[in-house]
Design a protein around this ligand. Sequence first.
Ligand SMILES: Nc1ncnc2c1ncn2[C@@H]1O[C@H](COP(=O)(O)OP(=O)(O)OP(=O)(O)O)[C@@H](O)[C@H]1O
Length: 640
Amino acid sequence: MSESERLLFGGPLRYDTGWNQHHGAFLELSFRALITRLPALLAAGLRLARQADPRAARTVLAAEVTRGVAQAVGLLAVNSVLARLMGGGSIEDRLRGAVPALVTVAAVMLLATLLRAASTYATGRLEPKVERVATELYLERAAAVELAAIEDHAFHKLLDTAQYGASSARRMIMYGTRVANAAISLIAAAGVLTVLHPVLLPLLVTMTLPSAWSALTIARRRYASFHIWVQHARAGHLISGLLTEPAAAPEIRVHGVGPFLLRHFRAMSETAEAEQARLARLAARTGLVAAAWTGLATAATYATLGALLLAGAMALSVAGTAVIAIRTGSASLDTLVLEVNQLHEEALFVGDLEKLYAEAAERAIPVGGRPLPEDPREIRFENVTFRYPGDAARPALDDITLTLPLGRIVALVGENGSGKTTLVKLLAGLYVPEKGRILWDDVDAATMDRHRIAERIAMVAQDFKRWPFTARVNVAVGRPSAPLSEERLAAAVAEAGAEGVVADLPRGLDTLLARDFSGGHELSGGQWQRLGIARAAFRNGRILIVDEPTAALDARAELEVFDRIRALADGGQTVVLITHRLASVRHADLVHVLDQGRLVESGTPDELLATGGLYAELYALQAEQFTRPPAPAARAPEAG
Ligand SMILES: Nc1ncnc2c1ncn2[C@@H]1O[C@H](COP(=O)(O)OP(=O)(O)OP(=O)(O)O)[C@@H](O)[C@H]1O
């Protein structure tokens, strides 16, 4: 079962185990974990902010800290106004006495308003930049990892979760500013309360703890649920994508796959809805418990204030100020808890992103290494073994020793799954051997600069990418760093024999090759194949790897393409050709025959035919198809 099949049909329970295992460390969301991990996660957010726009980051930070201090000063000034108003003397004296403090309150409010405006502007500038920088890093790192990492399920899951990290980094800026602000105003309120009476501060904390607990518990459940269900969500997107995708449209209509997919979509949505309902039920219960706890704590606080008043341990004016300070303080504490919690939740997603950055860096294609021999004579595989990750029963390549003389046509032949594509992927440096060496003359490819190896190679893979861009880009993407000159493009198109394909396009090379876009056009399989060859010609690598280049071509086009491939080799280019059309192999200088991952024969086509081995057998089978009279067809019962 492939990854997508497993996602589609494995059922939600299948996702649980693998996912939990992989992210076990991230699901430890205790209060202690919050306290210990938050600073590091915050630092990650700050780093991104500094990288995105250091000036805006500094402005936000300075504005928020100053705003917090201004709020604290404001609270103290309000306190002083109250003390004046409730103090002794005539009403006029008390009012006059309160004027300086009132002026301070007004000035502080004005300053806070200005600072808020500065912070809003800087935050607005910073947020999209942070998201962009985080996304760019994500994409850059993901594009630089080894092919084996991209094909690894565990790494893919990490890619899935980490994609939410960039928008979380953006929101972290917002929550971060709110947290800084709330924390400073809380410190002011707590300071005032402690001055008024030492017992008031613990009471304030007791009042706020329940909401802290409930917010944290709910967020923890949400995050854990997200991690368990993220693949389920991906599968849902996959199904809805399949239902609307043009490539699947014919089968959906002819085979009636639509209702089948819809049924799966509904079943998956229903399980996801059940999970949402479970979370909502738990959140409601947690909220009720927290509210009861807060109610009790509030009653206890006001009872304590009453008791202090009755016992004569506190003046009425002080109690009045205390009530204001408690209300302001608990509001700040509530905000702080809520925002810290939001910040923490976002920070966890940024943590996933950080984890991806680290893992992608570890699995990146190494940069640097020895230079390649300038003009090597041959590439030699020496006892090369390669196994795909997972539980493959046998290696895809098993102890292969062979030579690829450069400047020649070398054909790789063998039945399906014999390892031909894998071999050329190792040659191109897309995978590294598990055992053995690949030598360019006498330099081990493992020690060479992998990017330089890629420089020398042009590849028309079996499943080469049909980029949803114009025909021009589809050719020029063969070497994006090369100048896009008309001459070079025309030469590549001519080399691939694709002039006819381009001439038939409504806007020539400027035709968009994506039918699902307005003005888009679709090519036939064979026409695409010619463009793919033109792309490799535009790349102009010294070693051309062609994997089944003529699979979609008609007989005339096939002959023409092989003639062109031969011409390339005559011009000194090395051609490594994989094909099942053995008649086309007769022009190869050397043929290697693979069987179940092992090299079974090597030689010129004539030598191999004379030996009478696997090559000769496959050749005879193909030749026979043209000479054998057709067998009488058995009547098959008609399907209902
Ligand atoms: N990306 C992959 N991950 C895991 N296994 C793979 C992968 N690609 C190929 N294989 C396995 O490796 C073996 C060799 O495959 P490979 O594609 O190299 O064969 P091939 O000779 O090119 O076949 P074909 O003629 O069908 O193109 C097969 O058993 C295949 O299932």
